[in-house]
Design a protein around this ligand. Structure first.
Ligand SMILES: Cc1cc2nc3c(=O)[nH]c(=O)nc-3n(C[C@H](O)[C@H](O)[C@H](O)COP(=O)(O)OP(=O)(O)OC[C@H]3O[C@@H](n4cnc5c(N)ncnc54)[C@H](O)[C@@H]3O)c2cc1C
Length: 393
């Protein structure tokens, strides 16, 4: 079967769903092809901390009602290291900016609900297989659905298909450069039916490794500990896991039924050049950050703000200035966010062969941050989200 649309979007993660909504608001038609089924998308957990600009993007797109009602505004963050807890007044240091805790799962469900309500077409269980004619005016996305092959004819392709998708490899190898850093540790994450012990997120530096207390709602805690790569979630007895969280975080956590366990590996990755002809890649398709600093979904949203503006300017004003500079504009922000995520990760995590000197350097880094308004303000500025550098600085 042949389908037709203006913008073919591959992937119904936060990037693809938000783009379809922003285009819909501007009267531009799109079709989303999504490999998974709807139920799977609605239960996928992942990120939770949203930057000020991410919240604004969802609200401006008209999908932020529940986010504003149910999201938990955080005015600060706590660090625990060398046996003491410190508070960073993020709101005070950034002239009133905050982050909002509202799960990626929730905003995904909200955007799917809105898409269905407005008849934005999402074809579930449709796997994009091959892209054709990307440097022509009539690209085609070949996809499989229910065991047969179909074509989506379009004017532009938005590759929002995550790290393992087909969009990035569709940019010829000689036109892209990939930068990768693999970390030697992972995060063991749990979701527990327990009220968070602190209202704010707590990051802990401990000789046994990093730990994090976060939340998804006033009743649900999201906790992480650093673990070796290759850890099986079943390797840990639940009691031992809670004890280790208490030890590393430096306080007794509220305990409850663990309803989800997972291990996530950590990687920094950037694909330099995010466009080729009529293809534009966004979000995890183009870059990955380690979860420390909570930037993954936020970066996807900032790419989409640029891509949506570029496409809207093209269709409504015949102006391709932003679209032709898409990659450059996005990458000038992406590298700064990559730096922040890498720096927070290396400041808090303990390496297998870490020397006592390395540990002292980490403690001094964190000590400086907590004792200097300028150091703390730099952290806070990054945590609430950097601006988009439209002039690509
Ligand atoms: C286990 C895990 C935990 C995470 N935790 C955090 C966190 O705590 N904080 C944080 O900020 N970030 C976190 N992230 C990162 C964050 O979730 C991502 O950065 C975010 O989902 C990126 O959105 P996206 O839309 O670019 O990609 P995705 O959400 O990955 O969406 C891509 C979509 O494309 C679909 N797709 C792939 N290939 C095809 C194809 N060929 N055809 C059709 N569809 C396709 C996929 O099924 C998927 O639905 C986590 C990620 C993972 C994997």
């Amino acid at each position: 079967m042949i389908y037709k649309t203006q913008v073919a979007i591959i992937g119904a993660g936060p990037a693809g769903l938000l783009l379809s909504r922003m285009l819909f608001n501007a009267g531009i038609e799109s079709i989303i092809l999504e490999n998974r089924n709807e139920a799977y998308l609605r239960q996928r957990l992942r990120a939770g901390v949203q930057e000020e600009g991410t919240v604004a993007a969802f609200v401006e797109a008209g999908v932020g009602d529940k986010l504003i009602k149910e999201g938990m505004e955080h005015h600060g963050i706590r660090f625990h290291f060398a046996g003491e807890q410190h508070h960073i007044d993020v709101k005070g240091l950034t002239g009133g900016k905050v982050v909002t805790v509202y799960g990626q799962r929730n905003i995904t469900c909200d955007m799917i609900d809105w898409a269905h309500k407005d008849n934005i077409k999402i074809i579930y269980e449709a796997k994009a297989q091959r892209l054709e004619g990307l440097t022509t005016d009539a690209p085609i996305v070949h996809f499989s659905l229910n065991g047969s092959l179909h074509e989506l004819h379009c004017e532009y392709v938005a590759g929002c298909d995550g790290y393992h998708g087909i969009s990035r490899p569709s940019i010829p190898k000689q036109l892209r450069r990939e930068y990768v850093h693999e970390f030697e540790h992972s995060w063991y994450g749990i979701l527990a039916e327990a009220p968070p012990s602190f209202e704010e997120v707590v990051y802990a530096h401990h000789p046994n490794g990093f730990a994090l207390q976060s939340m998804r709602s006033p009743e649900l805690s999201r906790m992480y500990i650093q673990c070796p790569n290759g850890t099986d979630p079943e390797d840990w007895e639940e009691e031992a896991l809670w004890d280790e969280l208490d030890l590393r975080l430096g306080f007794k956590n509220n305990r409850g039924k663990i309803v989800d366990k997972s291990v996530a590996s950590m990687r920094s990755f950037v694909c330099d050049n995010m466009q080729h002809g009529k293809l534009f890649i966004a979000g995890d398709a183009a870059h990955i950050v380690p979860p420390t600093g909570a930037k993954g979904m936020n970066l996807a949203v900032s790419d989409i703000k640029v891509l949506a503006k570029g496409l809207i300017n093209h269709y409504t004003e015949k102006d391709d200035t932003v679209l032709s500079a898409y990659s450059k504009i996005c990458l000038s922000r992406i590298w700064k966010v990559e730096r922040f995520s890498w720096w927070v990760t290396t400041s808090f995590h303990t390496l297998e062969n870490q020397s006592e000197f390395d540990t002292k350097m980490q403690e001094a880094t964190l000590g400086y941050l907590c004792s200097s308004d300028i150091g703390a303000a730099s952290f806070a500025e990054n945590y609430v989200g950097l601006p988009i550098y439209w002039d690509a600085k």
